[in-house]
Design a protein around this ligand. Structure first.
Ligand SMILES: Cc1cc2nc3c(=O)[nH]c(=O)nc-3n(C[C@H](O)[C@H](O)[C@H](O)COP(=O)(O)OP(=O)(O)OC[C@H]3O[C@@H](n4cnc5c(N)ncnc54)[C@H](O)[C@@H]3O)c2cc1C
Ligand code: HEM
Length: 371
Protein backbone atom coordinates (compact mmCIF):
# COMPACT_ATOMS: atom_id res chain seq x y z
CA UNK A 1 0.00 0.00 0.00
CA UNK A 2 1.35 3.49 -0.90
CA UNK A 3 1.91 6.26 1.66
CA UNK A 4 -1.28 8.03 0.64
CA UNK A 5 -3.32 4.85 1.04
CA UNK A 6 -1.82 4.25 4.50
CA UNK A 7 -2.56 7.82 5.67
CA UNK A 8 -6.17 7.54 4.45
CA UNK A 9 -6.79 4.21 6.21
CA UNK A 10 -5.09 5.36 9.42
CA UNK A 11 -7.08 8.61 9.58
CA UNK A 12 -10.42 6.95 8.73
CA UNK A 13 -9.90 4.49 11.60
CA UNK A 14 -9.97 7.48 14.00
CA UNK A 15 -13.58 8.32 13.05
CA UNK A 16 -14.95 5.00 11.84
CA UNK A 17 -16.75 4.32 15.12
CA UNK A 18 -18.53 7.68 15.00
CA UNK A 19 -19.76 7.45 11.41
CA UNK A 20 -23.30 8.62 12.26
CA UNK A 21 -21.99 11.80 13.84
CA UNK A 22 -19.55 12.38 10.99
CA UNK A 23 -22.43 11.93 8.50
CA UNK A 24 -24.71 14.31 10.46
CA UNK A 25 -22.01 16.98 10.56
CA UNK A 26 -21.08 16.42 6.88
CA UNK A 27 -24.63 17.05 5.63
CA UNK A 28 -25.26 19.96 8.03
CA UNK A 29 -22.08 21.60 6.73
CA UNK A 30 -23.07 21.11 3.07
CA UNK A 31 -26.61 22.40 3.56
CA UNK A 32 -25.42 25.44 5.56
CA UNK A 33 -22.96 26.39 2.83
CA UNK A 34 -25.35 25.66 -0.03
CA UNK A 35 -29.00 25.46 1.14
CA UNK A 36 -30.08 24.83 -2.49
CA UNK A 37 -28.24 21.47 -2.46
CA UNK A 38 -30.80 20.13 0.07
CA UNK A 39 -33.28 19.74 -2.80
CA UNK A 40 -31.03 17.15 -4.47
CA UNK A 41 -31.15 14.72 -1.57
CA UNK A 42 -33.99 12.42 -0.55
CA UNK A 43 -36.76 14.01 1.54
CA UNK A 44 -36.16 11.54 4.39
CA UNK A 45 -32.43 11.32 4.84
CA UNK A 46 -31.20 8.16 6.46
CA UNK A 47 -27.91 9.45 7.85
CA UNK A 48 -27.02 6.03 9.29
CA UNK A 49 -26.84 4.62 5.78
CA UNK A 50 -25.56 7.72 4.04
CA UNK A 51 -25.10 6.81 0.37
CA UNK A 52 -23.01 9.82 -0.58
CA UNK A 53 -20.67 9.71 2.40
CA UNK A 54 -20.14 5.94 2.09
CA UNK A 55 -19.55 6.25 -1.64
CA UNK A 56 -16.93 8.97 -1.26
CA UNK A 57 -15.11 7.20 1.57
CA UNK A 58 -15.03 3.95 -0.46
CA UNK A 59 -13.74 5.79 -3.55
CA UNK A 60 -11.09 7.69 -1.61
CA UNK A 61 -9.93 4.52 0.17
CA UNK A 62 -9.42 2.87 -3.25
CA UNK A 63 -7.14 5.68 -4.43
CA UNK A 64 -4.19 3.31 -4.91
CA UNK A 65 -6.28 1.63 -7.64
CA UNK A 66 -7.65 4.90 -9.03
CA UNK A 67 -6.40 4.17 -12.55
CA UNK A 68 -8.35 0.92 -12.55
CA UNK A 69 -11.49 2.87 -11.64
CA UNK A 70 -11.08 5.66 -14.17
CA UNK A 71 -13.81 4.35 -16.47
CA UNK A 72 -16.14 3.92 -13.48
CA UNK A 73 -15.41 7.42 -12.13
CA UNK A 74 -15.90 9.06 -15.53
CA UNK A 75 -19.24 7.24 -15.82
CA UNK A 76 -20.16 8.34 -12.29
CA UNK A 77 -19.36 11.95 -13.23
CA UNK A 78 -21.68 11.67 -16.26
CA UNK A 79 -24.32 10.05 -14.04
CA UNK A 80 -24.03 12.90 -11.50
CA UNK A 81 -25.14 15.38 -14.16
CA UNK A 82 -28.64 14.22 -13.12
CA UNK A 83 -28.05 16.22 -9.88
CA UNK A 84 -26.91 19.29 -11.85
CA UNK A 85 -23.68 19.11 -9.86
CA UNK A 86 -21.38 22.09 -10.56
CA UNK A 87 -17.58 22.13 -10.03
CA UNK A 88 -17.94 24.33 -6.92
CA UNK A 89 -20.23 21.72 -5.33
CA UNK A 90 -17.32 19.25 -5.40
CA UNK A 91 -15.28 21.71 -3.32
CA UNK A 92 -18.12 22.18 -0.82
CA UNK A 93 -18.63 18.40 -0.44
CA UNK A 94 -14.88 17.67 -0.14
CA UNK A 95 -14.40 20.48 2.38
CA UNK A 96 -17.37 19.30 4.47
CA UNK A 97 -16.04 15.75 4.53
CA UNK A 98 -12.59 16.71 5.75
CA UNK A 99 -13.96 19.13 8.33
CA UNK A 100 -16.42 16.51 9.63
CA UNK A 101 -13.60 14.01 10.11
CA UNK A 102 -11.25 16.52 11.71
CA UNK A 103 -13.91 17.64 14.21
CA UNK A 104 -14.68 14.04 15.29
CA UNK A 105 -11.19 12.54 15.23
CA UNK A 106 -9.86 14.24 18.35
CA UNK A 107 -6.27 15.17 19.04
CA UNK A 108 -4.66 12.50 16.90
CA UNK A 109 -5.77 14.22 13.69
CA UNK A 110 -2.86 15.96 11.95
CA UNK A 111 -2.19 18.16 8.96
CA UNK A 112 -0.87 15.19 6.90
CA UNK A 113 -4.30 13.58 7.17
CA UNK A 114 -5.98 16.75 5.93
CA UNK A 115 -3.63 16.83 2.96
CA UNK A 116 -4.05 13.12 2.16
CA UNK A 117 -7.88 13.42 2.00
CA UNK A 118 -7.70 16.66 0.03
CA UNK A 119 -5.31 15.10 -2.54
CA UNK A 120 -7.24 11.85 -2.94
CA UNK A 121 -10.63 13.58 -3.13
CA UNK A 122 -9.31 16.13 -5.66
CA UNK A 123 -8.04 13.33 -7.91
CA UNK A 124 -11.39 11.52 -7.88
CA UNK A 125 -13.43 14.71 -8.29
CA UNK A 126 -11.30 15.77 -11.26
CA UNK A 127 -11.92 12.46 -13.10
CA UNK A 128 -15.67 12.73 -12.38
CA UNK A 129 -15.74 16.31 -13.64
CA UNK A 130 -13.88 15.34 -16.82
CA UNK A 131 -16.48 12.61 -17.37
CA UNK A 132 -19.31 15.12 -16.88
CA UNK A 133 -17.71 17.70 -19.21
CA UNK A 134 -17.16 15.15 -21.97
CA UNK A 135 -20.91 14.40 -21.93
CA UNK A 136 -22.14 17.90 -22.73
CA UNK A 137 -23.90 16.89 -25.94
CA UNK A 138 -26.29 14.68 -23.95
CA UNK A 139 -29.06 15.86 -21.62
CA UNK A 140 -28.34 15.52 -17.84
CA UNK A 141 -31.15 12.93 -17.75
CA UNK A 142 -33.72 11.44 -20.08
CA UNK A 143 -37.48 11.40 -19.56
CA UNK A 144 -38.96 8.07 -20.57
CA UNK A 145 -42.59 6.91 -20.74
CA UNK A 146 -43.57 3.48 -19.47
CA UNK A 147 -45.13 1.70 -22.46
CA UNK A 148 -45.48 -1.82 -20.98
CA UNK A 149 -45.44 -3.21 -17.45
CA UNK A 150 -45.87 -6.89 -16.63
CA UNK A 151 -45.85 -8.57 -13.23
CA UNK A 152 -43.96 -11.83 -13.83
CA UNK A 153 -43.76 -13.12 -10.23
CA UNK A 154 -44.86 -12.06 -6.74
CA UNK A 155 -41.95 -9.65 -6.47
CA UNK A 156 -40.64 -9.35 -10.05
CA UNK A 157 -41.80 -7.06 -12.87
CA UNK A 158 -40.54 -6.53 -16.40
CA UNK A 159 -41.27 -3.16 -17.95
CA UNK A 160 -40.43 -1.25 -21.13
CA UNK A 161 -39.88 2.48 -21.48
CA UNK A 162 -39.69 4.82 -24.46
CA UNK A 163 -37.13 7.61 -23.88
CA UNK A 164 -38.22 11.01 -25.23
CA UNK A 165 -34.73 11.42 -26.77
CA UNK A 166 -32.48 8.57 -27.97
CA UNK A 167 -30.22 7.25 -25.22
CA UNK A 168 -27.01 5.68 -26.55
CA UNK A 169 -25.67 2.78 -24.53
CA UNK A 170 -23.70 -0.44 -24.92
CA UNK A 171 -25.22 -3.86 -24.27
CA UNK A 172 -24.51 -4.82 -20.64
CA UNK A 173 -24.73 -1.28 -19.21
CA UNK A 174 -27.00 0.08 -16.47
CA UNK A 175 -28.71 3.40 -15.78
CA UNK A 176 -29.91 5.13 -12.64
CA UNK A 177 -33.72 5.40 -12.52
CA UNK A 178 -35.96 7.81 -10.62
CA UNK A 179 -39.74 7.55 -10.52
CA UNK A 180 -40.83 11.13 -9.69
CA UNK A 181 -44.56 10.26 -9.24
CA UNK A 182 -43.94 7.60 -6.61
CA UNK A 183 -40.47 8.12 -5.08
CA UNK A 184 -39.10 11.55 -6.02
CA UNK A 185 -35.34 12.15 -5.58
CA UNK A 186 -34.54 8.48 -5.06
CA UNK A 187 -32.31 7.10 -7.80
CA UNK A 188 -31.16 3.47 -8.07
CA UNK A 189 -29.16 1.67 -10.78
CA UNK A 190 -30.91 -0.90 -13.00
CA UNK A 191 -29.45 -2.88 -15.88
CA UNK A 192 -30.87 -2.45 -19.36
CA UNK A 193 -32.16 -5.87 -20.45
CA UNK A 194 -31.89 -5.42 -24.23
CA UNK A 195 -29.25 -4.50 -26.79
CA UNK A 196 -29.70 -1.08 -28.48
CA UNK A 197 -32.84 -1.09 -30.63
CA UNK A 198 -33.93 0.94 -33.62
CA UNK A 199 -37.02 2.24 -31.75
CA UNK A 200 -34.81 3.17 -28.72
CA UNK A 201 -37.04 1.35 -26.22
CA UNK A 202 -35.42 -0.04 -23.08
CA UNK A 203 -36.51 -3.05 -21.02
CA UNK A 204 -35.87 -3.50 -17.29
CA UNK A 205 -36.24 -6.51 -14.96
CA UNK A 206 -36.76 -5.52 -11.33
CA UNK A 207 -37.12 -7.52 -8.14
CA UNK A 208 -38.67 -5.84 -5.08
CA UNK A 209 -36.23 -6.38 -2.22
CA UNK A 210 -37.34 -6.46 1.44
CA UNK A 211 -38.01 -2.93 2.65
CA UNK A 212 -36.69 -1.48 -0.63
CA UNK A 213 -38.03 1.98 -1.52
CA UNK A 214 -37.44 2.13 -5.26
CA UNK A 215 -37.62 -1.53 -6.26
CA UNK A 216 -41.03 -2.08 -4.67
CA UNK A 217 -42.35 1.08 -6.36
CA UNK A 218 -41.10 -0.13 -9.76
CA UNK A 219 -42.51 -3.63 -9.29
CA UNK A 220 -45.85 -2.87 -7.64
CA UNK A 221 -46.87 0.72 -8.39
CA UNK A 222 -45.39 1.74 -11.73
CA UNK A 223 -48.05 2.02 -14.46
CA UNK A 224 -48.17 2.33 -18.22
CA UNK A 225 -48.16 6.08 -18.98
CA UNK A 226 -45.88 6.97 -16.03
CA UNK A 227 -42.95 9.20 -16.84
CA UNK A 228 -39.64 8.16 -15.25
CA UNK A 229 -36.15 9.68 -15.45
CA UNK A 230 -32.99 7.87 -16.52
CA UNK A 231 -29.40 9.05 -15.96
CA UNK A 232 -26.35 8.47 -18.16
CA UNK A 233 -25.47 4.81 -18.90
CA UNK A 234 -22.67 3.32 -16.84
CA UNK A 235 -20.77 0.06 -16.60
CA UNK A 236 -18.10 -1.89 -18.43
CA UNK A 237 -19.61 -5.40 -18.50
CA UNK A 238 -19.51 -5.39 -22.30
CA UNK A 239 -18.69 -7.98 -24.96
CA UNK A 240 -15.27 -7.94 -26.55
CA UNK A 241 -16.11 -8.51 -30.21
CA UNK A 242 -12.50 -9.47 -30.94
CA UNK A 243 -12.57 -12.40 -28.49
CA UNK A 244 -12.93 -15.78 -30.13
CA UNK A 245 -13.39 -17.65 -26.85
CA UNK A 246 -16.60 -19.45 -26.01
CA UNK A 247 -18.66 -17.62 -23.41
CA UNK A 248 -20.45 -18.46 -20.18
CA UNK A 249 -23.14 -16.22 -18.65
CA UNK A 250 -24.11 -16.79 -15.02
CA UNK A 251 -27.22 -14.96 -13.74
CA UNK A 252 -28.99 -14.94 -10.39
CA UNK A 253 -32.63 -13.70 -10.32
CA UNK A 254 -32.99 -10.36 -12.10
CA UNK A 255 -29.22 -10.52 -12.69
CA UNK A 256 -30.54 -11.98 -15.95
CA UNK A 257 -31.22 -8.43 -17.22
CA UNK A 258 -27.69 -7.47 -18.43
CA UNK A 259 -27.10 -11.06 -19.57
CA UNK A 260 -30.19 -10.84 -21.82
CA UNK A 261 -28.80 -7.60 -23.22
CA UNK A 262 -25.44 -9.24 -24.04
CA UNK A 263 -27.18 -12.32 -25.48
CA UNK A 264 -29.33 -10.13 -27.72
CA UNK A 265 -26.16 -8.46 -29.00
CA UNK A 266 -24.59 -11.87 -29.70
CA UNK A 267 -27.65 -12.97 -31.68
CA UNK A 268 -26.84 -10.13 -34.12
CA UNK A 269 -23.38 -11.28 -35.09
CA UNK A 270 -22.30 -14.54 -33.47
CA UNK A 271 -21.79 -17.60 -35.65
CA UNK A 272 -18.70 -19.19 -34.14
CA UNK A 273 -18.75 -18.99 -30.34
CA UNK A 274 -20.53 -21.53 -28.14
CA UNK A 275 -22.53 -19.72 -25.49
CA UNK A 276 -23.71 -21.27 -22.21
CA UNK A 277 -26.25 -19.49 -20.00
CA UNK A 278 -26.74 -20.54 -16.35
CA UNK A 279 -29.72 -19.00 -14.59
CA UNK A 280 -30.37 -19.50 -10.89
CA UNK A 281 -33.44 -18.64 -8.83
CA UNK A 282 -34.95 -19.62 -5.49
CA UNK A 283 -38.00 -21.31 -7.03
CA UNK A 284 -39.56 -21.90 -10.46
CA UNK A 285 -41.79 -18.83 -10.18
CA UNK A 286 -38.63 -16.68 -10.01
CA UNK A 287 -37.41 -18.09 -13.35
CA UNK A 288 -39.53 -15.31 -14.77
CA UNK A 289 -38.07 -15.22 -18.30
CA UNK A 290 -37.77 -18.92 -19.08
CA UNK A 291 -40.08 -19.03 -22.14
CA UNK A 292 -38.03 -16.32 -23.85
CA UNK A 293 -34.73 -18.05 -22.98
CA UNK A 294 -36.06 -21.34 -24.35
CA UNK A 295 -37.17 -19.59 -27.53
CA UNK A 296 -33.66 -18.17 -28.02
CA UNK A 297 -32.05 -21.57 -27.35
CA UNK A 298 -34.36 -23.21 -29.93
CA UNK A 299 -33.46 -20.59 -32.53
CA UNK A 300 -29.67 -20.35 -32.07
CA UNK A 301 -27.78 -23.66 -32.23
CA UNK A 302 -24.73 -22.13 -30.48
CA UNK A 303 -26.76 -21.36 -27.35
CA UNK A 304 -27.49 -23.67 -24.39
CA UNK A 305 -29.45 -22.74 -21.27
CA UNK A 306 -29.25 -24.43 -17.85
CA UNK A 307 -31.66 -23.39 -15.10
CA UNK A 308 -31.48 -24.21 -11.40
CA UNK A 309 -33.58 -23.66 -8.27
CA UNK A 310 -32.01 -23.46 -4.83
CA UNK A 311 -35.25 -23.73 -2.86
CA UNK A 312 -37.68 -25.83 -4.91
CA UNK A 313 -36.97 -29.57 -4.36
CA UNK A 314 -39.47 -30.71 -7.01
CA UNK A 315 -38.09 -28.48 -9.76
CA UNK A 316 -37.20 -30.78 -12.67
CA UNK A 317 -34.05 -28.83 -13.71
CA UNK A 318 -30.83 -28.50 -11.72
CA UNK A 319 -30.94 -28.20 -7.94
CA UNK A 320 -28.80 -25.92 -5.77
CA UNK A 321 -27.00 -22.58 -5.91
CA UNK A 322 -26.07 -21.54 -9.43
CA UNK A 323 -22.40 -21.15 -8.43
CA UNK A 324 -22.31 -24.88 -7.58
CA UNK A 325 -24.25 -25.84 -10.70
CA UNK A 326 -21.71 -24.08 -12.95
CA UNK A 327 -18.94 -26.13 -11.32
CA UNK A 328 -20.74 -29.38 -12.27
CA UNK A 329 -20.38 -28.51 -15.96
CA UNK A 330 -17.17 -27.44 -17.69
CA UNK A 331 -14.17 -27.49 -17.92
CA UNK A 332 -14.19 -23.70 -18.17
CA UNK A 333 -10.60 -22.54 -18.09
CA UNK A 334 -10.64 -21.31 -21.72
CA UNK A 335 -13.94 -19.37 -21.55
CA UNK A 336 -14.98 -15.74 -21.14
CA UNK A 337 -17.31 -15.28 -18.14
CA UNK A 338 -20.03 -12.76 -17.32
CA UNK A 339 -21.63 -12.90 -13.87
CA UNK A 340 -24.55 -10.84 -12.59
CA UNK A 341 -26.84 -10.95 -9.56
CA UNK A 342 -26.96 -10.23 -5.83
CA UNK A 343 -23.74 -9.66 -3.87
CA UNK A 344 -23.74 -13.14 -2.25
CA UNK A 345 -24.48 -14.86 -5.60
CA UNK A 346 -21.71 -12.99 -7.40
CA UNK A 347 -19.25 -13.58 -4.56
CA UNK A 348 -19.97 -17.33 -4.50
CA UNK A 349 -19.61 -17.58 -8.29
CA UNK A 350 -16.31 -15.68 -8.34
CA UNK A 351 -15.01 -18.05 -5.64
CA UNK A 352 -16.05 -21.08 -7.71
CA UNK A 353 -14.37 -19.66 -10.81
CA UNK A 354 -11.14 -19.06 -8.88
CA UNK A 355 -11.27 -22.69 -7.70
CA UNK A 356 -11.82 -23.79 -11.30
CA UNK A 357 -8.71 -21.78 -12.25
CA UNK A 358 -10.52 -19.37 -14.55
CA UNK A 359 -8.14 -16.36 -14.89
CA UNK A 360 -9.80 -13.31 -13.29
CA UNK A 361 -9.00 -11.22 -16.37
CA UNK A 362 -11.59 -13.30 -18.29
CA UNK A 363 -14.36 -12.64 -15.75
CA UNK A 364 -16.58 -9.55 -15.89
CA UNK A 365 -19.30 -9.03 -13.30
CA UNK A 366 -21.93 -6.65 -11.95
CA UNK A 367 -23.03 -7.09 -8.38
CA UNK A 368 -26.45 -5.69 -7.43
CA UNK A 369 -25.50 -5.28 -3.75
CA UNK A 370 -22.32 -5.25 -1.65
CA UNK A 371 -20.03 -8.21 -2.33
C1 LIG B 1 -24.80 -2.08 -11.26
C2 LIG B 1 -26.14 -2.46 -10.67
C3 LIG B 1 -27.14 -2.93 -11.49
C4 LIG B 1 -28.37 -3.32 -10.94
N1 LIG B 1 -29.34 -3.82 -11.77
C5 LIG B 1 -30.49 -4.28 -11.23
C6 LIG B 1 -31.50 -4.89 -12.07
O1 LIG B 1 -31.38 -4.97 -13.29
N2 LIG B 1 -32.62 -5.39 -11.47
C7 LIG B 1 -32.81 -5.30 -10.11
O2 LIG B 1 -33.85 -5.80 -9.64
N3 LIG B 1 -31.89 -4.71 -9.30
C8 LIG B 1 -30.76 -4.18 -9.83
N4 LIG B 1 -29.83 -3.58 -9.01
C9 LIG B 1 -30.16 -3.36 -7.58
C10 LIG B 1 -30.91 -2.01 -7.43
O3 LIG B 1 -30.07 -0.94 -7.81
C11 LIG B 1 -31.34 -1.69 -6.00
O4 LIG B 1 -30.26 -1.81 -5.12
C12 LIG B 1 -32.45 -2.61 -5.51
O5 LIG B 1 -33.55 -2.54 -6.39
C13 LIG B 1 -32.91 -2.16 -4.11
O6 LIG B 1 -33.29 -0.81 -4.15
P1 LIG B 1 -34.40 -0.27 -3.15
O7 LIG B 1 -34.46 1.21 -3.26
O8 LIG B 1 -35.68 -0.97 -3.35
O9 LIG B 1 -33.80 -0.69 -1.73
P2 LIG B 1 -33.12 0.28 -0.66
O10 LIG B 1 -34.17 1.19 -0.12
O11 LIG B 1 -31.90 0.86 -1.26
O12 LIG B 1 -32.66 -0.81 0.42
C14 LIG B 1 -33.63 -1.42 1.29
C15 LIG B 1 -33.00 -2.60 2.02
O13 LIG B 1 -32.75 -3.67 1.11
C16 LIG B 1 -31.36 -4.06 1.13
N5 LIG B 1 -30.98 -4.35 -0.25
C17 LIG B 1 -30.72 -3.47 -1.24
N6 LIG B 1 -30.45 -4.11 -2.41
C18 LIG B 1 -30.57 -5.43 -2.16
C19 LIG B 1 -30.43 -6.59 -2.96
N7 LIG B 1 -30.12 -6.54 -4.29
N8 LIG B 1 -30.62 -7.80 -2.36
C20 LIG B 1 -30.96 -7.87 -1.05
N9 LIG B 1 -31.10 -6.80 -0.24
C21 LIG B 1 -30.90 -5.59 -0.77
C22 LIG B 1 -30.64 -2.84 1.66
O14 LIG B 1 -29.44 -3.21 2.30
C23 LIG B 1 -31.65 -2.28 2.64
O15 LIG B 1 -31.57 -2.93 3.87
C24 LIG B 1 -28.60 -3.18 -9.54
C25 LIG B 1 -27.59 -2.65 -8.72
C26 LIG B 1 -26.38 -2.30 -9.28
C27 LIG B 1 -25.30 -1.75 -8.36
C1 HEM C 1 -15.67 12.40 -5.14
C2 HEM C 1 -16.89 12.84 -5.27
C3 HEM C 1 -18.14 12.01 -5.31
C4 HEM C 1 -18.30 10.64 -5.37
C5 HEM C 1 -17.22 9.55 -5.43
C6 HEM C 1 -19.73 10.38 -5.38
C7 HEM C 1 -20.32 9.13 -5.48
C8 HEM C 1 -21.65 8.85 -5.32
C9 HEM C 1 -22.25 7.55 -5.46
C10 HEM C 1 -21.52 6.26 -5.86
C11 HEM C 1 -23.56 7.69 -5.15
C12 HEM C 1 -24.62 6.61 -5.20
C13 HEM C 1 -24.63 5.80 -3.96
C14 HEM C 1 -25.74 4.83 -4.02
O1 HEM C 1 -26.86 5.26 -4.35
O2 HEM C 1 -25.50 3.66 -3.70
C15 HEM C 1 -23.80 9.08 -4.85
C16 HEM C 1 -25.02 9.60 -4.52
C17 HEM C 1 -25.27 10.96 -4.46
N1 HEM C 1 -24.38 11.98 -4.74
FE1 HEM C 1 -22.42 11.78 -5.16
N2 HEM C 1 -20.42 11.57 -5.31
C18 HEM C 1 -19.49 12.58 -5.27
C19 HEM C 1 -19.74 13.95 -5.23
C20 HEM C 1 -20.99 14.50 -5.18
C21 HEM C 1 -21.25 15.92 -5.17
C22 HEM C 1 -20.21 17.03 -5.26
C23 HEM C 1 -22.60 16.05 -5.09
C24 HEM C 1 -23.36 17.37 -5.10
C25 HEM C 1 -24.00 17.78 -4.11
C26 HEM C 1 -23.19 14.72 -5.01
C27 HEM C 1 -24.54 14.42 -4.85
C28 HEM C 1 -25.04 13.17 -4.63
C29 HEM C 1 -26.43 12.91 -4.24
C30 HEM C 1 -27.53 13.96 -4.04
C31 HEM C 1 -26.56 11.52 -4.12
C32 HEM C 1 -27.81 10.74 -3.72
C33 HEM C 1 -27.74 10.53 -2.24
C34 HEM C 1 -28.87 9.70 -1.67
O3 HEM C 1 -29.67 9.15 -2.42
O4 HEM C 1 -28.92 9.63 -0.43
N3 HEM C 1 -22.18 13.80 -5.08
N4 HEM C 1 -22.63 9.77 -4.98
Amino acid sequence: MGDLGRLLKESWSLVEEHQDKVAGYFYARIFLSYPDLRDLFPVHMDVQRSRLLNAIVTAVQSIDDADKFTAYLRGLGRDHRKFHVEPEHYEVVGGALIEAMRVHAGEQWCVEYDQAWADAYAKIASVMLQGAESDNSNPPYWYAEVVAHERRATDISVFTVQPMQPLDFRAGQYVSIECPRIQPRLWRPYSIANAPRRDNTLEFHVRAVGAGWVSSALVRRLEVGDMIRLAAPMGTMNLDRRSTRDTVFVAGGTGLAPIKSLLEELTRYNRTRWVHVFVGARNREDLYDLPELNRLAARYPWLSVVTACSDDPTYPGEQGDISDVVARYGPWSEHDFFVSGSGPMVKATLKTLTELQVPSIRVKYDSFSDL
